[in-house]
Write a new protein. Structure first.
Lengths: 350, 276
């Protein structure tokens, strides 16, 4: 017991030594040479900027969502942060280490979970994979046992430890993989699509666990995802990346402002009526006695509801928060528009 | 890559190799019956190569001027040396598949040398079958071959087996390095490794001179058995090589390892800078 306290005290000290900028990227670039077959032996070479001068920093203990469409450069960034890929330019540090130069040293301090691949041994009981981790990472016995007990409890793995991994469901395997990535007490956990393909209950379990990990242990978490609920429920900070560029970096709420998002008020009236008139809200859909009204996210819903209740026979209502997916789509559209305009302006000048 | 060099690094590599190979052995033991069957299968299939040679000798008395015991000696050396390499490094052809499906990245985020992890990948004890049949044929060849044994000749035997094994290991590593460039090139690698051992099972005199030259200087397989065996059997040296070359196998093996190591590093570097 004393050991654990001493360890925790040590961790607290480690944490205090550099509170800001645990992960630091400064103008990081990644350029790929893509060869495309154009004939039997002919190849066309093309340079692709997968990551185009990205700068950001993540403080210790932050939980950050990294989102963007397919091929935006999310995975490439994660691969550079873990030392799998070497950046083509810029400066990158994780815990003061240059990942691509000191890959194995960094490996002891980070945990990585790739949603669609597993580090677990297919034909062996789950516990065997953990034993391998213990030896490969040289985790001291007491710490291993303590961590394993804790992870088994939080991730609900006790019934699965003796089950061969091939017999686990996708959700069970994902929880097993997350535990495997955390046995050595990494300071940062990277998750690449951790909830992909999971059912609702498994998703909830994984999210609950990540929240607890972050608040309890102070583990820094960086996750990429397609599931915006992951972000809504977990991350106070969001980074949006597209075409290798950072388009947004800030709190989730701010994303709505940037995207000029709208909330939706759904009202059930007593009977079918013509569309409600209540500017600035506008009716976007009518279905029998039910109507959908869109209004700017910054407007107060209460005022709007009061006005409608005064003028219409209201039975029930609900307010829906804006969908980030729509917000991001809007952001992309605006960027594209701007680019178009800039291009046209350029043409006009020449 | 600023990974620790020297003894500690080799120690780390061996440790990682042992850990991962152990996991694969346990995995294969979960299908015990299948394991036993594949060990025998491997023994029989690899043994068929020698059966082919026996069939030839049922029709002729010598092959390229070499008698059956002499050919058995060559065969045993090549098969055993290759078997050792096949056991320890033989699964490197799955590297390409790992790169294609992305699971190679998982090896890269572990705190262990990648080459050791790749070499131990899919470690399979069934490959002991190949070594077993090689050793059996070699033993029979040694018992029946007509040689005046000297201390030097006896000492040369283990040196040949180890050097030969190391040369084949280097070939596996070089082949794996090539897979960084062409991820579906596993068969190219197999052509050199499995193909190499098959041709070494025959005396050099049955091949054309240019071919032997290639196998001596370009891809120095001749040093696995042809050249040192010429000393043991007191046969003319292939390509009229000087006598000392019989003892050069360890040097050739070291050189092969150095080249293969460089190729591996270059391959890994290109992966880490281009990705896929």
């Amino acid at each position: 017991m004393e050991d654990e306290e001493a360890m925790e005290a040590m961790e607290a000290m480690e944490g205090a030594e550099d509170t800001e900028a645990f992960i630091e990227l400064d103008g990081v670039e990644k350029v790929f040479d893509v060869r495309k077959k154009t004939g039997f032996l002919k190849r066309e070479r093309r340079r692709v900027r997968a990551v185009d001068s990205i700068s950001f920093s993540v403080a210790r203990g932050e939980m950050v969502g990294y989102i963007g469409p397919n091929g935006a450069g999310k995975s490439t960034t994660i691969k550079m942060l873990t030392g799998i890929l070497t950046p083509s330019g810029g400066r990158l540090r994780v815990a003061g280490i240059d990942p691509s130069r000191e890959r194995t040293r960094l490996a002891h301090r980070i945990g990585v979970v790739f949603g669609q691949r597993t580090t677990l041994w297919w034909d062996l009981p789950l516990l065997d994979s953990y034993k391998l981790m213990r030896r490969m990472y040289r985790i001291p016995d007491t710490r291993y046992r303590h961590n394993l007990d804790r992870l088994v409890e939080l991730l609900d793995l006790s019934a699965l430890l003796d089950v061969p991994v091939r017999q686990l469901s996708l959700g069970q395997r994902m929880r097993g993989d997350i535990a495997a990535a955390l046995l050595h007490d990494p300071e940062v956990l990277y998750l690449d699509e951790p909830t992909i393909g999971l059912d609702v209950i498994s998703k909830a379990k994984v999210r609950d666990f990540l929240r607890e990990l972050n608040t309890e242990r102070g583990t820094t978490v960086l996750l990429t995802t397609h599931d915006l609920q992951d972000i809504e429920q977990l991350c106070s900070r969001v980074m949006v990346i597209d075409h290798g560029r950072l388009m947004y970096d800030g709190p989730l709420a701010g994303l709505h402002e940037v995207g000029e998002s709208e909330r939706t008020l759904v009202v059930d009236l007593e009977r079918e009526l013509p569309p409600i008139e209540a500017a600035p809200a506008r009716v976007v859909r009518v279905e029998g006695p039910r109507q959908w009204l869109a209004f700017p996210a910054a407007e107060s819903a209460a005022v709007l509801v009061a006005r409608i209740a005064a003028e219409y026979p209201l039975v029930d209502l609900s307010v829906r928060e804006p969908d980030i997916e729509a917000v991001i789509a809007k952001m992309y559209a605006e960027q594209a528009e701007k680019a178009d305009r800039a291009e046209q302006a350029g043409k006009a000048i020449s | 890559m600023a990974e620790p060099f020297g003894g500690s690094r080799a120690g780390e590599a061996l440790r990682a190799y042992r850990l991962i190979a152990g996991m694969w052995i346990r995995s294969s033991m979960t299908y015990r019956a299948s394991f036993v069957v594949t060990v025998f299968g491997n023994l029989l299939v690899t043994g068929l190569d020698f059966v082919a040679i026996l069939l030839m000798f049922s029709q002729v008395d010598s092959l390229g001027g070499w008698s059956l015991p002499e050919v058995a000696f060559l065969y045993g050396l090549s098969a055993t040396a290759f078997g050792l390499a096949d056991l320890t490094f033989g699964s490197m052809d799955v590297l390409g598949r790992r790169m294609r499906d992305g699971s190679f990245d998982i090896l890269l985020v572990r705190p262990a040398p990648v080459l050791a992890q790749v070499a131990a990948d899919h470690f399979a004890l069934r490959r002991l079958g190949r070594i077993t049949q090689g050793v059996l044929v070699l033993g029979w060849g040694l018992l029946t071959v007509d040689v005046d044994w000297t201390t030097a000749k006896v000492l040369l035997l283990p040196v040949m087996l180890v050097s030969g094994g190391v040369i084949f290991c280097a070939l596996f590593v070089a082949g794996a390095a090539f897979q960084f460039l062409a991820q579906d090139a596993a068969e190219v690698q197999n052509a050199f490794t499995y193909g190499g051992t098959t041709l070494l099972q025959y005396p050099p005199t049955v091949f054309g001179k240019d071919f032997v030259r290639g196998v001596t200087f370009m891809l120095p397989l001749a040093f696995v058995n042809w050249v040192p065996a010429a000393y043991v059997l007191e046969r003319p040296y292939p390509l009229d090589l000087p006598r000392w070359t019989s003892f050069a196998s360890p040097l050739v093996a070291v050189a092969c390892c150095a080249l293969a190591g460089l190729a591996w590093r270059a391959g890994l570097r290109s992966y880490r800078s281009t990705g896929s």
